[in-house]
Design a protein. Structure first.
Length: 299
């Protein structure tokens, strides 16, 4: 079907519906001669007449009646689809795909999903856990969540957390046989659990800060993982010290599962931001998610 066939088919259906060219032309807001031209083009392409015309009336030919019988369900389906889409302005539906690093998912997104679903029951979410720096557009995601220093400059960003602090943690079982480090230099004598960055493959350094003095410790880990959650689990098994976001393990520190060492050397980490490519591509569902996740106290 050529692109011009659809308006010609619609013109034919409206002529029949209105019972004549004049009223059909008024409904379509075109001239009677333009409407007659559309019908002639359609009949010429099909090769058979669709209407019998007199100065006072029109009637369907056998071919016209057959064509109209096929067109009506199709046009009704189109009308129904348009009505359904228009209805989405008043209710939040569809699927929103989010690409987020693991800590953001655990600390910022999952705790808010229940209230989001209660507010928008027809909204569906698909979440990709990604500790790398994937292109959210290329991966088919609508929204990404990353720390501020990792955001692409052409993205629109919305802050959704406070700044974080780091922590060096160890299981009590590890400290039963290893004295806690008292200063950064003491890390040389400890088993350290390293984290390899997914995107670059670089071993993440440990940044420490005390009274405005910041240093970077290039640890020599005896265990390297590319999944931060697994690094925390390894620390829980007593395999060594792990360098983590304190917020991600705060409850476990409070419960006594982990001991925080070198607390005076905790370092500040940039807040998390929700980001997306363009305001023009924000669907009602995306807007609902953005507004819901940005509701963070004390920002």
């Amino acid at each position: 079907m050529d692109r011009e066939d659809l308006p010609n088919l619609m013109a034919f259906a409206v002529i029949v519906e209105e019972g004549g060219f004049r009223s059909a032309a008024a409904k379509l807001n075109i001239s009677s001669s333009a409407l007659s031209h559309s019908l002639r083009k359609l009949e010429s392409k099909i090769g058979v007449p669709l209407l019998r015309r007199t100065t006072r009336s029109i009637s369907l030919t056998e071919a016209g009646a057959d064509l109209l019988r096929r067109l009506r369900p199709a046009f009704e389906e189109i009308d129904s689809g348009l009505e359904e889409l228009a209805g989405r302005r008043d209710r939040i539906v569809g699927t929103v795909r989010i690409n987020a690093h693991r800590n953001a998912l655990l600390m910022l997104i999952l705790p808010k999903l229940r209230s989001l679903k209660e507010r928008y029951p027809d909204l569906k979410l698909e979440i990709v856990v990604d500790d790398g720096l994937s292109d959210i557009v290329a991966t088919g995601c609508d929204i990404g969540v990353r720390t501020g220093k990792l955001l692409a400059k052409d993205m629109i960003a919305v802050r959704i957390s406070n700044d974080y602090r780091t922590a060096i943690i160890a299981a009590r079982s590890y400290l039963e046989t290893n004295s806690p480090p008292q200063k950064p230099e003491d890390l040389d004598g400890h088993s350290c659990i390293g984290y390899r960055l997914v995107t670059t493959g670089v071993l993440a350094p440990w940044r420490l800060s005390n009274e405005g003095h910041t240093i970077t410790v290039a640890i020599e880990p005896n265990l390297i993982l590319n999944d931060m959650d697994m690094a925390v689990r390894a620390a829980a098994y007593g395999l060594g010290l792990a360098y983590v976001h304190r917020d991600a393990v705060a409850d476990r520190i409070a419960a006594g599962e982990f001991v925080e060492v070198l607390q005076d050397w905790a370092c500040e980490i940039s807040a998390d931001y929700l980001y997306y490519p363009s305001r023009r591509t924000v669907s009602p569902g995306m807007r609902a998610v953005i507004d819901h996740l940005r509701q963070v106290e004390n920002l």
